[in-house]
Design a protein around this ligand. Structure first.
Ligand code: SF4
Length: 635
């Protein structure tokens, strides 16, 4: 089989963790000698840049006396906008302008007339997928990929969404997704390689502008699957078989050798405590280098990048990485030293990523090697282990030894789920055990909008705040809105409303969470301010106009909130029922046509029509009022 062009795509949604499946696929295809490219971002931009690269390669063959990369921005502009004057200026730099003209025209048409799609370049495209509520962007990505792959049968779609909504994806796009893991030999080609067992290719993460929030960690699984079958969870479908222990020691060793040591260990196990091999798992984590007080000193990243550039391993990634490191160094220097490096980088066209070449990076390296070593950060930092899918409180409580074992590694944070008030006793016991064994940083996803009552969210948050105070620990609570993963039309968006929830309550929680950046830490006063001092106040917040929640102090201090609350409580019980029913729908667009009394309409008009836009509009009365208020506050 000849060298194939392989494109790995992640749809352009925001996510915290890198696409592990694609990282394995990168290793797989590199092993087979293929040319591998990873992309996450604007797909039109990707095509534009790809066409630009092809044009530069072509014109460099014709005239290599000019470094065409220096004109990359102009070339992109020409391809994108087709302005002749740009082209004439570019080709007039060369004595072969006539020959160049044809190729400029050819590649402009590739983009502007869509000819790129008539002669697709990619032999295979692999797309990963994630949450079902990313349905729209996922389908758009698949549709786009269909246009740039040579053979539609070589468009491979896998991952969470593709597995749980396999039929829906197929009927929408005509592409039959791969379900579950790539854990059998010969899944993609006729060979004996099991892709799921391959080490991760961390280099692909350097190829894109997008930065995953946890980007200095080894990623891995020590177990696969789960012993339980929770209705809202995709794991039983994705990984139906529970594997007790998968050693990662060798993979980590290899990754360190190629990419340098990573600081943290991020483990994506679904239910690691369910493994009978848990003591061996902890032993391996310690052997890898994650003991209680282990420290990390970042290796020399420039040396690593250069080593990889020299060996020809993913130039696309390591040119970008070296470029970024050189610029970091430049920003650390001062005075003459900075000027000297700047001049060197300028003369080698290393001031822009567009013009940076492998040859010039290798050329500058001997000059900056020592300087980089001198200025790089060598401060020892604590290392952490994070089972980012959380651990099962029921199993912790059943066997205290598991908590003891967890406390022997630098776990931070310990994530324990608290999905329902019915697990209160178990959850509290698990947190107490964590504190007993000295684990002080905890994190907690709180599922809401499923079968739960709204008040249970408040109760669970309050339990966490109280536990922080009594046990002297930190629990960061992350309320997570439930979205069904299949079964009805809700999977494709975020509009699902749980049995005991309504539009207004969900909006209120979202508004509060926007102000707290999605997490609630320790500190009672902060919690009370955000969610109310008691359950009654929490309910008051749920019915409160959105802008009153958002600009809490302004509306409170200006008396709006009190007036609203007084009027709300002055309704007769019959009217209050009507008012609540209207508010819960969270639609105030047509108040005049509602079938209710004029006093209810006036109440809604006065309080629920003050929008965020109105507060931002300099012409509005409320804007001026808020401006005066803010000025007085800041005086
Ligand atoms: S215990 Fe966790 S991983 Fe296992 S099925 Fe339930 S939610 Fe999914």
């Amino acid at each position: 089989m000849g060298k194939r062009n392989i494109l790995l795509l992640e749809p352009n949604y925001k996510n915290k963790y890198p696409p592990i499946g694609l990282m394995k696929l990168a290793t797989y295809h590199r092993k087979l000698g293929d040319n591998v490219v990873f992309y996450k971002g604007d797909l039109n931009k990707f095509v534009l840049e790809d066409i630009c690269c092809q044009l530069i390669d072509k014109i460099s063959e014709i005239d290599n006396t000019i470094n065409w990369n220096n004109y990359r921005n102009d070339i992109i502009q020409y391809i994108y906008r087709g302005i002749r004057a740009i082209k004439f200026e570019l080709i007039s730099k060369s004595q072969y302008s006539l020959a160049l003209d044809n190729w400029f025209e050819h590649y402009k048409n590739q983009y502007r007339k869509g000819e790129y799609f008539h002669q697709p370049k990619w032999d295979r495209i692999c797309i990963t997928t994630l949450f079902t509520f990313h349905w729209k962007i996922t389908i758009e990505t698949i549709e786009f990929a269909k246009k740039i792959v040579k053979d539609i049968n070589e468009l491979k779609v896998g991952g969470v969404l593709a597995t749980v909504l396999s039929n829906e994806v197929e009927s929408k796009t005509g592409i039959k997704p791969h379900n579950g893991l790539l854990d059998k030999a010969g899944v993609l080609d006729d060979n004996e390689i099991i892709i799921d067992n391959l080490p991760l290719d961390y280099s692909i993460l350097e190829e894109i502008d997008y930065k995953y929030s946890e980007n200095n960690a080894y990623y891995g699984y020590l177990t696969r699957g789960c012993i339980r079958k929770c209705s809202f969870c995709a794991v039983p479908k994705l990984e139906p078989k529970f594997h007790e222990f998968i050693s990662i020691k060798n993979q980590i060793k290899k990754a360190s050798k190629t990419y340098g040591e990573k600081r943290n260990l991020l483990l994506l196990d679904n239910n690691v405590l369910a493994s009978d091999c848990f003591p061996e798992i902890i032993k391996e984590i310690k052997e890898i280098g994650y003991t209680k007080d282990s420290k990390y000193i970042e290796p020399n990243q420039l040396d690593i990048s250069i080593k990889n550039l020299k060996s020809g391993f993913n130039d696309r990634a390591f040119i970008r990485k070296s470029y970024n490191l050189l610029h970091q160094l430049l920003s650390k220097l001062q005075g003459d030293r900075q000027q000297h490096l700047y001049n060197m980088m300028e003369s080698l066209s290393l001031l822009s990523i567009n013009t940076s070449s492998k040859e010039n990076i290798l050329a500058i390296y001997p000059e900056v090697k020592e300087l980089y070593e001198k200025h790089r950060n060598k401060t020892p930092k604590k290392r952490y282990v994070d089972f980012n899918q959380g651990v099962d409180a029921r199993l912790l409580v059943k066997d205290e030894k598991k908590m003891m074992l967890l406390s022997e590694i630098p776990i931070n944070p310990l994530r324990i789920a608290f999905d329902n008030m019915k697990y209160e006793k178990i959850y509290v016991k698990a947190v107490e055990l964590a504190a007993k064994y000295g684990i002080k940083q905890l994190s907690n996803y709180l599922l809401y909008n499923e079968q739960d009552q709204p008040i249970e969210l408040y109760q669970r948050l309050k339990i966490n705040v109280d536990l922080c105070e009594t046990l002297g620990i930190n629990i960061y609570s992350f309320p997570m809105k439930f979205h069904p993963i299949n079964g009805n039309e809700w999977y494709a968006n975020r509009n699902f409303i749980g049995k005991h929830w309504n539009r207004k309550f969900l909006r209120a929680i979202q508004t509060i969470l926007n102000a707290t950046k999605g997490k609630i830490g320790k500190g009672k006063s902060f919690f009370y301010e955000a969610f109310g001092h008691d359950e009654d106040e929490f309910f008051k917040l749920l019915y409160m106009p959105e802008t009153y929640i958002l600009f809490r102090f302004f509306f409170k201090d200006m008396g709006y909130t009190d007036r609203w609350w007084e009027e709300f409580n002055n309704f007769s019980s019959k009217d209050l029922f009507i008012v609540k029913t209207i508010i819960e729908k969270n639609d105030f667009s047509n108040i005049e046509n509602l079938s209710c009394s004029s006093s209810i309409k006036a109440f809604l008009r006065n309080h629920y029509l003050i929008s965020r836009e109105e507060i931002k509009n300099p012409e509005s009365k409320i804007f001026k009022e808020k401006l005066n208020y803010d000025l007085k506050k800041n005086a």
